[in-house]
Design a protein around this ligand. Sequence first.
Ligand code: BEZ
Length: 238
Amino acid sequence: MKEKERKEMNTMEENKDNGLRMPLIGDKAPAFHAITTQGEIDFPADYTGKWVILFSHPADFTPVCSTEFMTFASMANEFKAINTELVGLSVDSLYAHIAWLRKLQELEWNGHKHVEVKFPLIEDIKMDIARKYGMIQSQSTTQAVRAVFVVDPEGVVRTILYYPASTGRNMDEIKRIVLALQKADAEHVATPANWKPGDDLIVPTPGSCGTAKKQMETQGDDHYCLDWFLCFRKDKNK
Ligand code: BEZ
């Protein structure tokens, strides 16, 4: 085994021993207290009853991150309208965060002008939170990757996304994921590929021969099947 591989294996083992396994979908979001640009927060306790997008970025004053913050800030009210709060994180200091967010207000890009970032941006100089969430992915860097954790109103991790440093995130897709999760929870359905609000929904796969037969026999305008295991219904609440 090469030296680099051995080091990585050792770190993985150490992390396991220290209980530093990153959260997975379905896990409770690891709790932390943090200083942010909007004051101190206790996560996820302060957000009980709300959906949260907890996201990390590599560094303040970098180009891709700047476009992401302008876009997220412009969409903050759209997220609020779907009971969703944004919380950002990087390993920069509070003062770097404040200076960068003030600078972003002077910039104009892609229709985003004078945007004020009103959601909290966590300072995580010691990388305690970033490590807890698996946001630092390489031994050779202290920068967080572009991670996104969608956390539900009970504080459970429901989605995890990772993007490389050079690729800005698609905020519309992140919003679509929250809407799809909310729809699935509220109506016990699933959402097909490229689903958008209002599109037809996938009904649960039959768990018995009798239900499979019924699914096939009760097709009509509002409910149709391509086969017994792939049935759709119209969205009544669109
Ligand atoms: C950026 O946001 O532009 C960026 C950050 C870290 C590495 C590369 C790009």
